[in-house]
Design a protein around this ligand. Structure first.
Ligand code: SAM
Ligand code: SF4
Length: 436
């Protein structure tokens, strides 16, 4: 049977999409390999969110040109396939096909065109993907990867933040029927998943025949065997008290919320078309902190958005310095052709974007380390990711707050999916402890 090499770039949405593509190929009997030079079909699932993401994909395409065998086929899937549909085959003539995120229903037909037979019985062994090189976060070895499952609840986005390419590459918002979501969660639990992440560009905009996100949370929170539930990403405009109240009721929800603020200035928020003021953001997190006091609040921040002045930037820096967030993903603005922000004036020079990024990251690192220090002396329950990549004599995993935890390998707990770790040291990157 044809063997497939699949590499994923970008966000967890792409990881979930890659799993869906892999599942379709596996159901036709395809196998998987981590060696691109041995594969019959090579797939890159790509990202276009920032220029650096695009550069990584084109550089990988360059490498694959030398590696790809004469009879092999190369498919580029994902957001860059959609964005560069008109130019990619010119830039990389060894690409055989493009499938954007809205085209995945055509994937099986493409495999058939490439000679994959469709009349074989489904395989008897469960699907196991080799670990992907470019997956976000700590990429677990196959024997741990199934402990975490990503379940999409929406597709697309129609918020049209002025900097963002996603609405153009992924199309309008579509909510997935709750029965399909429940069935997938049940399947993942049967396959051993301990943690389910509900995924969408803006999960709070979920709406299916009157069922909103708070209702969906309550409904899936009752699924038998579901040990840990979390969700990504929330949009401050649609994140409301009803959602916070639903979260407060759920016994198996993990104590973390990712609520991207993007910046601390109302002028810049308006130019970004984020649909909230900083006062509204703070009011929403005020209620959240009151109801869910020991949760971690994480965020995304863009530095050097066009029109951002020094005083706008200082408002963002002040927000971070006041300890608003436990963790932040900080990005330099990257103009995306076709989005309104790409041509807004004045653009902030790249060196200035990077200076602001470094200042915000340094302030956030201080806050993050202090947050981590608050766990010293506590015992935390950790979902295991596998042996630490940097030091295989230690194991690594994530706490419910999504903090990386490492501890010495211990024969008694080596193969347990969840381990209690007594925390002894805190660093900016995470926590160090020993089995409790
Ligand atoms: N849907 C989510 C939201 O609304 O926050 C996440 C979208 S995106 C995959 C993740 C983050 O990338 C965004 O929150 C934003 O901070 C950042 N981002 C998106 N477009 C960007 C751009 N053109 N330049 C820099 N950062 C960008
Ligand atoms: Fe992009 Fe805004 Fe949609 Fe998030 S909400 S995907 S940042 S357009």
């Amino acid at each position: 049977m044809p063997s497939i090499y699949l590499q994923t770039f970008g966000c967890q949405m792409n990881v979930a999409d890659s799993n869906g593509l892999a599942h379709q190929a596996w159901s036709l009997g395809c196998t998987f390999t981590d060696a691109p030079d041995e594969a019959d079909i090579l797939i890159l699932n790509t990202c276009a969110i920032r220029e650096t993401a695009e550069m990584r994909v084109y550089s990988r395409l360059g490498q694959l040109k030398a590696i790809k065998r004469a009879h092999s086929k190369l498919l580029v899937a994902g957001c860059l396939a959609e964005k560069d549909r008109a130019v990619m085959r010119k830039k990389a003539p060894h690409v055989d096909a493009l499938l954007g995120p809205r085209d995945y229903r055509q994937f099986k037909a493409l495999l058939t065109d490439w000679g994959v037979p469709t009349d074989l019985p489904p395989p008897e062994t469960p699907m196991r993907l080799p670990s992907a090189e470019d997956a976000p976060g700590e990429d677990s070895p196959a024997q741990y990867a199934h402990l975490r499952a990503l379940v999409s609840i929406t597709r697309g986005c129609e918020k049209f933040c002025t900097y963002c390419i996603v609405p153009y590459t992924r199309g309008p918002l579509e909510s997935i029927p709750p029965e399909e979501i429940e069935a997938q969660i049940q399947r993942e639990i049967r396959c051993g998943a301990k943690e389910i992440t509900l995924l969408g560009q803006n999960v709070n905009s979920y709406l299916y025949e009157g069922l909103n996100f708070a209702g969906l949370l309550r409904r899936v929170g009752r699924i038998e065997g579901l040990e840990r539930l979390t969700f990504l990403t929330s949009h401050p405009h649609d994140f409301n008290r009803e959602v916070v109240d639903a979260l407060a009721e759920l016994p198996n929800i993990e104590p973390r919320l990712h609520l991207p603020v993007q910046c601390g200035s109302n002028e810049v928020l308006a130019a970004m078309a984020r649909l909230y003021t900083i006062e509204q953001y703070l009011e929403r997190i005020g209620y959240f902190r009151e109801r869910l006091p020991r949760w971690a609040l994480t965020t995304d921040i863009i530095c050097g958005f066009p029109t951002e002045t020094e005083s706008d930037f200082l408002e963002t820096l002040g927000l971070v310095e006041r300890g608003t967030f436990e963790y932040a993903f900080v990005f330099a603005f990257s103009p995306r052709a076709g989005t309104p922000a790409a041509t807004m004036e004045p653009q902030v020079p790249q060196e200035e974007r990077l200076r602001r990024l470094q200042a915000v990251s340094a302030a956030q690192n201080d806050r993050t380390r202090r947050f981590h220090e608050s766990f010293i002396g506590e015992t935390v329950s950790v979902l295991v990711s596998g042996p630490s990549k940097k030091d295989p004599t230690r194991m690594a995993g994530k706490s419910g707050h999504n903090v990386t935890v490492i501890w010495p390998r211990d024969a008694g707990t080596e193969h347990k999916p969840v381990v209690d770790v007594a925390i002894e040291q805190a660093q900016t990157w995470g926590l160090v402890g020993r089995v409790a």
